[in-house]
Ligand binder design. Structure first.
Ligand code: GGG
Length: 355
């Protein structure tokens, strides 16, 4: 599924590196895009601020200016990673969660694919996690009260028919465009029969919607409880093609699936809405290695490729993906997460040489 390609003189790309290794890997995606030359409209980059580090210095995690520029001036964006603390910090709220909502980027599309030994061969793992991106427990309505037996914390989990329908439609469209055309709906409706029950029923009902008109007839549909889905993902990942899940399950499943392909440092994503797309590596800000120039740049470069593909620039996207696959397949210049000794910049140079 791609946004309709419109004739553009230039491609305005907002860059939001945010925290930690985001600051090291987003510049590599920028360099890779710049190397594409005339395969894409001339890229123009706009540096934008957000993140916990920005909050710590300035008291704001997501400046209005960042959101306004994204909405009014950019064609697309690349986001790095954010380090929200695990404790409540007064006045702070996750900028990536807010950004996805404010730009209505309702689908987080996370392909997890291994690189086959030889070009043209089928990869062992080739699946896409389609994660609902705007609701579930991420509506962040939590409260704490002192009850009869001490502290009681509650959170609201929101699942709506509208959000489940549109993520379901997106997942069917992605499945329809893939060779296997197989969609698995992930839920836990044996326990959460109201919330997950609504998600499951709504997604399963997508092919019967009046405006679908048989478009998804070729897609086979299965469903799986989230716990057994994790088990089967590790035992037999080949059974999965496209997996669609509510926000929290999708977040966890896609990080878990990354273990199957060697490193979180390889897994890209896009946050997609009907009018905007934002690439984002699945990995976080990795404070343990931030500042050492050893972060893996490949997830960010692949996220740039996904973003360009979504915008309809498949030639440029193919060149980035092919270059990344070659570097992984050759296995000589890799960062430490993949067992190598190379620096971020050395891996980038290998990619640029092949673009
Ligand atoms: N690029 C993905 C990323 O930054 N992951 C870390 C994450 O999900 N953080 C949520 C947050 O800190 O708000």
């Amino acid at each position: 599924r791609t946004m309709a390609t419109i004739a553009r003189q230039s491609l305005k790309i907002g860059l939001i590196p945010a925290d930690g290794i985001g600051k090291e890997v987003i510049p590599t995606a920028k360099a890779a895009i710049e190397a594409l030359g005339s395969d894409i409209p001339k890229p123009e980059f706009i540096d934008l601020l957000a993140g916990f580090e920005h909050f710590a210095k300035n008291g704001i995690a997501l400046p209005d200016e960042t959101v306004n520029i994204l909405k009014n001036e950019c064609d697309c964006a690349l986001f790095g990673s954010v380090s929200s603390p695990s404790r409540k910090v007064v006045g702070y709220s996750s900028p990536i969660v807010a950004l996805r909502k404010q730009l209505d980027l309702y689908a987080n599309i996370r392909p997890v694919t291994s690189v086959a030994a030889n070009p043209g061969e089928k990869p062992n793992v080739d699946l896409v996690v389609v994660r609902e991106n705007t609701e579930c427990l991420y509506v962040k309505q939590e409260n704490l009260i002192i009850g009869e037996h001490g502290k009681e914390a509650r959170a609201t989990r929101l699942i709506t028919e509208r959000a489940s329908r549109r993520i379901g439609q997106m997942a069917f469209e992605i499945a329809q465009a893939r060779p296997r055309k197989h969609l698995t709906v992930i839920h836990k409706s044996n326990v959460l029969s109201v919330t997950d029950g609504l998600f499951r029923e709504t997604v399963r009902g997508v092919p019967s919607l009046p405006d679908v008109g048989g478009r998804f007839d070729g897609v086979t549909i299965a469903e799986q409880l989230v716990d057994s889905a994790v088990y089967r993902l590790f035992r037999e990942p080949q059974i999965y093609d496209v997996m669609v899940a509510p926000n929290l399950y999708g977040d966890i499943l896609s990080d878990a699936a990354a273990a199957l392909v060697g490193s979180l440092g390889l897994v890209p994503s896009i946050n997609a809405g009907d009018n905007f797309v934002m690439g984002e590596p699945v990995h976080g800000s990795a404070p343990d290695i931030a500042g050492q120039s050893i972060a893996n740049p490949l997830a960010s470069i692949r996220s740039a490729a996904l973003m360009l593909r979504h915008l309809g620039y498949s030639k440029g996207a193919d060149r980035l993906d092919k270059a990344v696959d070659e570097v992984i397949r050759e296995g000589k210049v890799l960062t430490p997460d993949l067992g190598g000794k190379a620096k971020t910049g050395e891996v980038l140079d290998e990619v640029l040489r092949r673009i």
